[in-house]
Design a protein around this ligand. Structure first.
Ligand SMILES: C[S@@+](CC[C@H](N)C(=O)[O-])C[C@H]1O[C@@H](n2cnc3c(N)ncnc32)[C@H](O)[C@@H]1O
Length: 238
């Protein structure tokens, strides 16, 4: 089974990422503002996870539908934030062409696939479901920041006793992907994510049919810089 089909679909995921519920209070309004669409716009939240950012998109008057691969996340989303929800895989979105004004892709949810071709298909699918001049917001981890922060602990098991898990992070030998192993609730997890350079993100967006690419270096919309913790891209479908 692909790691992303397993890791996000176990109850331990909610334990490991419990702090993201708190973070949603600051991330949600900021990312929804950066999407910069008028009230009434139709937005696909892909992936929606358990819907932690959903209320903040709704608060801007957006019509939001969510999609995700994880049945567990979708069940929680439906219980806590009911809205139209679809189980899907990024590589073949079950939506018609040009049906959305916006695609909202938050919290490093690109680069999960093993091949560059598959990761490119994800962006092409985002472009396909957007109307011409529709907006994609792609919120990624800043590669340089991640490299610097992992450097100090790379290869060591770290214990998070209050959160109840252990974690060890390593870069792939070619430095392109980050491997994060976790042990929680007696189970083993292993994220394996391609962390692209800025040039690779921009090439991916352009190749998928996006234009007018803007990049931000933080939730407050500050200008992009290589050392930023978050690289947030906004682009328009051609
Ligand atoms: C880091 S979470 C982000 C969720 C949400 N955007 C947020 O900010 O809370 C990544 C999500 O991607 C979903 N996912 C992973 N692989 C997927 C795939 N191939 N197709 C669709 N969703 C996928 C996972 O189930 C998980 O909910």
């Amino acid at each position: 089974m692909d790691w992303f089909a397993w890791d996000f679909d176990r109850p331990a995921y909610f334990q490991i990422y419990a702090d993201k519920a708190v973070d949603a209070a600051s991330e949600g309004p900021a990312l929804a503002a950066l999407l910069s669409l008028p009230p009434g716009s139709r937005v696909l939240d892909l992936p929606c996870g358990w819907g932690r950012l959903h209320p903040h998109l709704r608060a801007r008057g957006l019509e939001v539908a969510g999609g995700d691969l994880s049945r567990l996340n979708l069940r929680r989303h439906a219980a806590e934030h009911p809205c139209p929800l679809t189980r899907l895989d990024f590589r073949a979105l079950p939506f018609r062409d040009a049906c959305a004004d916006g695609v909202f892709c938050a919290y490093t949810s690109w680069g999960y696939f093993a091949t560059e071709a598959e990761n490119q298909v994800q962006l092409s699918e985002f472009a396909r479901v957007l109307r011409p001049a529709g907006t994609l917001l792609l919120d990624l981890a800043g590669r340089d920041f991640l490299r610097a922060s992992v450097a100090e602990v790379e290869g060591y098991w770290l214990d998070f006793p209050e959160e109840g898990y252990q974690e060890r992070t390593r870069w792939s030998p070619d430095g392109r992907r980050i491997h994060t192993e976790r042990r929680c609730q007696g189970e083993a997890f292993r994220h394996d994510i391609w962390i692209p350079t800025d040039a690779e993100v921009r090439a991916g967006l352009t190749g998928a049919g996006f234009t007018a690419v803007e990049a931000f270096g933080g939730l407050d919309g500050r200008p992009w810089e290589a050392a930023a913790e978050r690289w947030i891209y906004r682009a328009l479908r051609r």
